[in-house]
Design a protein around this ligand. Structure first.
Ligand code: PMP
Length: 418
């Protein structure tokens, strides 16, 4: 009999069980969730992660399909723009003129509309680059751009924690791939020093790291790429709208816009919507526009999301007060968690990764969801290294002190129970 390609799917739950039971702390856990039982494993594999989700999860509260209300701390709606009334009213009005499907077609065929170009010019100005291209998701922007910028003659050098979409693009590109330890400048320099000078080199980093909340040592990385003649690609999905006086991200915060060769981002975080972008000089953008598989072979971003993202950009550019509030809330939450003894690693942004050894985060999230009406999600391998689990908590401007107090106290109580 020939091997069935679906064998891994049929075996998935056994793999999941083996992986979870490997955790030494399993035996001491006090939880209504018993992962040795088939039905609990089923619940974890499907309902907990994929199904049973909320209807509207922007803002600090949400309602699930069964009408249950939760406080939530797990979306990246940093500035609360997914709930912004002006944007909401504008989008309802906009939809009176357009259909949900417009424009039909991919950007290269019939799908480009003047609104795309207008928005792209605004983003290019915002990021202080010559040109910009928008994509239907952030992951499409990252994956497509990295996949086409490098080929088998080139070397891609990625931070070990660079986002999965960048790693997927790197794999597809066919280029040689090397990874340096997270934010380790010595390892990066070593790779650059030993690299073949005949190969084109692209360093690929995040600005703000999504699972750790820390930032890249940008100036030093720029110095290294100049010293060794490489280029730099920065995905600042979590920095755009959040860092810098005008919300221009890590590049603006550090005044380094001109030294970054490719600046990328999403509209699914601070913009509160959907989509992604790549900003760079004209030649690079024209090349990506022609070769990125995730632009050429997929439908153009919708007119509605493009118009909504333009509105969000206006708010972000003048949103100094919103960012100030975001940082006040972040300090309040992080100081409280730290004072309770929780480990937040090196975060310096509104991403608070509460880190545990073993898989405790799974049980804690289950407990918080079922007994405290709090929706947070556990992060486990492969999103983070084996042996740890994280509850990634995101503060937004819409969380009040009462929400944050309730969360911290509930987490503490649940932690003492499991
Ligand atoms: N880059 C980073 C750093 C991200 O965190 C994300 C979202 N998880 C993406 C890219 C992809 O963005 P999107 O959700 O818009 O596809």
């Amino acid at each position: 009999m020939s091997k069935d390609i679906f064998e891994k799917c049929n075996d998935f739950k056994n793999m999941l069980r083996a992986f979870l039971l490997n955790d030494a702390e399993m035996s001491n856990i006090n939880s209504s969730l018993d992962l040795t039982k088939e039905e609990d494993l089923d619940y974890l594999a499907y309902d907990f992660y994929v199904g049973g989700g909320p209807i509207n999860n922007g803002g600090p509260t949400m309602t699930s399909e069964n009408g249950k209300h939760y406080y939530q701390f797990s979306t990246n709606d940093y500035l609360g723009l997914s709930q912004n009334k002006d944007i909401h009213d504008f989008s309802v009005e906009f939809m009176r003129k357009y259909t949900i499907g417009s424009p039909m077609g991919s950007r290269l065929l019939s799908g480009s509309i003047p609104l795309h170009r207008q928005f792209e010019a605004e983003i290019a100005e915002f990021k202080k680059t010559e040109e910009c291209l928008t994509f239907s998701t952030g992951a499409n922007a990252m994956l497509g751009a990295v996949a086409c910028l490098a080929d088998k003659e080139d070397l891609l050098i990625l931070d070990q924690l660079a986002h999965a979409s960048l790693n997927c693009g790197a794999k597809i590109s066919g280029a040689e791939i090397k990874r340096f330890k997270h934010n380790d400048l010595n390892e990066l320099e070593d790779i650059l020093k030993k690299s073949d000078s005949k190969k084109g080199k692209l360093i690929v980093i995040d600005g703000v790291y999504s699972m750790t909340g820390d930032i890249a040592p940008l100036k030093e990385i720029c110095d290294l790429k100049d010293k060794y003649g490489g280029r730099l690609f920065m995905d600042d999905a979590h920095g755009n709208g959040v860092l810098g006086i005008n919300g221009g991200g890590l590049a603006e915060l550090e005044g380094l816009e001109e030294r970054i060769d490719v600046q990328a981002g999403t509209f699914s975080k601070a913009f509160g919507s959907n989509g992604g972008f790549i900003a760079a000089n004209r030649n690079v953008i024209e090349f990506i526009g022609f070769w990125a598989p995730t632009l050429m072979f997929t439908k153009a971003p919708s007119a509605l999301t493009t118009a909504v993202n333009m509105k969000a950009l206006e708010i972000i550019k003048s949103g100094y007060r919103l960012r100030k509030k975001l940082y006040e809330n972040t300090s309040y939450l992080q100081n409280k968690l730290l004072s309770m003894g929780f480990d937040l690693g090196d975060t310096c942004t509104p991403i608070s990764p509460i880190t545990f050894s073993g898989h405790i985060a799974i049980y804690l999230c289950h407990e918080l969801r079922n007994n405290y009406g709090i929706w947070v999600s556990p992060v486990v391998y492969p999103a983070i290294p084996l042996g740890k689990s994280v509850i990634r908590v995101i503060s937004t401007i819409l969380h009040t002190k009462e929400h944050m107090d309730y969360f911290c106290e509930s987490l503490c109580e649940a932690y003492n129970k499991v």
